[in-house]
Design a protein around this ligand. Structure first.
Ligand code: GTP
Ligand code: MG
Length: 355
């Protein structure tokens, strides 16, 4: 059957299509029926084929918790992480405002490892906070006691609730003169969030990120809650995880920061991330040191992808390089078609501007 007849047949069914358009199974069935054919769907969906198998209980090992720190701008998220890591990141931030998600793995009490994600508090970065909440096990909500529950505090709480992630509240800047945290507890109570000291279920901790007071107690609470969550994953399988950010580096090519959620990633593995793929040439830890492999909950940066995947894209290691490439090009094709389709909905005004 030639293409024009198929298009005409679609039109008679009230569906306007072009020569290069993908049709869904339902329409294909209707159209083939028009021509007196029966349709049989034989190809397995590639995307379905790569879905993760459920790990067997005996293969699961305890993994470090992933903790996302969220809250209103300037309430002290980066200062808290700086104190925990013994570094000084805020000093290097333009205007002291965090503009991207940063991930760190830290060894604390009893050499237990914790992975922290720092998120920006500025209102412009909603998507990053949402992504941070989606990949985390626990959300720390930082609120400065010299301020109050602010719009992005509420937004961060909503992200954590939407992702069904437990929260720990941190009352920061307790070193400030006349610092009082009860006002904040009350504001939280008004949002139906009762902290433990007030008979509710949410752990909280007063701290001064500047002086470091209360931070050890906070870490104890984080580890206690993580233990209750009984976090496990299988380290002995090809790695899977989420892209945190990616960019093009002049000297090194595409560099992709990601969070490993299961399995172990090794140099030489073949990775598919969104529409990009490639062989891992180098793995760097968060201090920029080359490592040979990395396991669950570790934040790493890899070199070797053929482009910059989008933040939030899932990634996966493939034994079969060809399958990874095939999937990448299929995703790219679908994305291109989607773009063409969405361009069709241009308003007259936009067309005017384009011309
Ligand atoms: P964004 O990432 O831009 O949302 O800000 P942030 O939440 O990471 O805040 P940041 O750590 O950059 O701190 C903001 C300002 O508050 C800085 O000037 C810090 O020095 C100050 N600050 C943070 N923690 C404390 C604290 O415990 N006490 C006092 N006095 N100042 C603090
Ligand atoms: Mg910050």
């Amino acid at each position: 059957v030639n293409a024009t007849d198929v298009i005409i047949s679609c039109m008679s069914l009230g569906i306007m299509v072009t020569m290069n358009q993908r049709l869904d199974a339902e329409i294909i069935t209707l159209v083939t029926d028009e021509f007196g054919y029966n349709v049989e769907f034989v190809g397995l969906d590639l995307e379905e084929m790569i879905q993760d198998d459920k790990d067997l209980e005996e293969n699961l090992k305890t993994r470090p918790p992933i903790i996302t720190v969220m809250g209103h701008v300037d309430h002290g998220k980066t200062s808290l992480l700086d104190h925990i890591r013994n570094t000084n990141v805020i000093a290097g931030e333009a205007g002291g405002i965090t503009q991207h998600i940063a991930a760190y793995s830290v060894e604390c009490i009893n050499n237990q490892s914790i992975t922290f994600l720092d998120t920006p508090g500025h209102e412009a970065f909603t998507a990053m906070r949402a992504r941070g909440a989606q990949v985390t096990d626990i959300a720390i909500i930082v609120i400065a006691v010299d301020d109050q529950v602010m719009p992005q505090t509420k937004e961060a709480i909503s992200h954590a609730q939407a992702a069904n992630v437990p929260m720990i509240f941190v009352f920061n800047k307790m070193d400030k003169p006349n610092a009082k945290s009860d006002k904040i507890r009350e504001q939280l109570a008004n949002l139906n969030l009762l902290v433990e000291e007030w008979g509710g279920k949410y752990p909280s901790q007063e701290i001064s990120a500047k002086l470091g007071t209360g931070v050890d107690k906070l870490l104890e609470k984080v580890l206690l809650l993580s233990e209750l969550l009984d976090l496990k994953s299988n380290p002995n399988k090809p790695a899977v995880g989420t892209v945190i950010e990616a960019s093009l580096d002049k000297g090194r090519g595409y560099i992709t920061t990601m969070l490993l959620q299961g399995g172990t990633l090794k140099v030489g593995d073949y990775v598919l991330a969104g529409i990009n793929h490639g062989k891992v040439k180098n793995i760097l830890d968060e201090r920029g040191k080359s490592i040979h492999s990395a396991g669950p909950s570790k934040p790493i940066t890899i070199l070797g992808l053929n482009g910059a995947p989008t933040a939030g894209d899932k990634f996966k290691v493939f034994k079969d390089e060809k399958l990874a490439k095939q999937l990448a090009s299929r995703r790219e094709q679908l994305q291109r078609e989607q773009n063409i389709r969405s361009q069709k909905h241009l308003t007259l005004d936009e067309i005017g501007r384009r011309i």
